[in-house]
Design a protein around this ligand. Sequence first.
Ligand code: ME8
Length: 514
Amino acid sequence: MSEKTPFYITTPIYYPSAKLHIGHAYCTTVADTIARFKRLAGYDVFFLTGSDEHGQKIQQAAEKEGVTPLQYVDRIVAGFQELWRLLGISYDDFIRTSEERHHELVQHIFQKIYDQGDIYKGAYKGLYCTPCESYWTKLQLDENGCCPDCHRPVQEVSEEAYFFRMSKYADRLLAYINEHPDFIQPVSRRNEMIAFIEQGLEDLCVSRTSFDWGIPVPFDPKHVVYVWFDALTNYLTPIGYMHDKEKFNNYWPADVHLVGKEIVRFHTIIWGCMLMALGIDLPKKVYGHGWLIVDGAKMSKSVGNVVDPIALIEEFGADAVRYFLLREITLGQDGNISRDTLIGRINSDLANDLGNLLHRTLSMAKKYRKGVLAKGAGRTDFDAALEEMAAATVADYTAQMEQMELSAAIKTAWALISRTNKYIDETAPWTLAKDEAKAAELDSVLYHLVESLRVTSILISPFLPVTARRIHEQLGFTSDFAAVQLSDAAWGGTEDGHTVGTAEQLFPRIEIEK
Ligand code: ME8
């Protein structure tokens, strides 16, 4: 096993029922940025995403198209994987719940909990929302008697079913939540969950007989396992729960399950009780992020405002989309996105602040010194101030990233970019270049500009991985960028005599059509 500290992060596994939209891409981009940061900071990271492929909804959609459920999901899941490739998502494993390794685990867990008496056979009478794959009680329905989550009609179902004794774990779960303030974040979500459990937990229906696209209950195969009971266990499979105890003990408990706010309940209450029944530690943190709102309205097919991430990536590039999502939205809160703000960010932050800084730096180094830098001579107060700012930036950024304050951290990195642009105006290299007596000062300015950009490239690499690598290359570094560590962001890494590379445009300005 690696000597590094393990860090295990997951996204939800997505339903292949429709095309993924920018909201799904948001969740995965956040998780990817955290995973990349942790690798940069020297952790042994395991980053998991995947697809949640069972359930009545999928079976019905496949029937409509006249294909098998597996044929139906295969095509959609290939689309997910293509989107994650385009977006630069650096997952370590992609789990599909239709895989054998997952079936084996679900059946093992179902059997184990049954054998210990925490799953029993009963009769289910109640209300089911098929689009959400959720059971509700009458009291929980909205004012129109519909699903409180999606507000679509629910169906009365009555069938023989297996139940999981969640009620038995309610008090222990509540005590756990109270004793572990970090378990559910942000705090608003934690309070919601406490209130939910305090109303009392009913036993959960964990099997269905009205369709068969699912994992059969091992001892009663006319039942299939309820999709959420099936899906939640995905987090245990790729890290070796069944077959590699050493790997499992290394990565579990998960450091973060990153999920959207509406599924925090499943990840804390159902999953919490399941893990308690299995005698496995609970994840260290379940973080509920907010929703992306488009031009002020929640994305929905009926409103017609669903944003296709692939179209955005094709038009603006993956790094611009990533930057925009991570910078505009404060993690944990809902965030409004619009085409105008995206273009505004590309033009002001990426093309102007960052792109111009790199371009000006490389052109001046080429023009005044044929690209060759000298380290150590002619240091002025301006230079000392920039060094100090860079050191403070690395420290603040690191603290913010550790707290998952991604938007704050990228703003912190951008403040160094702005400060470095200001430093060019303060030091006016074009004036220094005219005066032989100022040659050492000019050397120092050029060195400081390159050094600031080198530090910047490291800090922005979890957010803008392609751009960061391009900056590294244009600055003339031939070392493997993937091997760069956060500790390399200490000032002074550029060697005396280093030769910078050639400037290429990082981000073209987008002209806004009138
Ligand atoms: O819930 N903004 O899958 P799912 C931000 N299969 N995030 C959004 C969003 C928006 N507008 N719309 C959706 C499932 N999401 C289950 C998960 S895990 C064991 C099983 C996010 O395909 C949403 O909040 O419906 C959630 O985290 C994920 O996409 C759900 O995707």
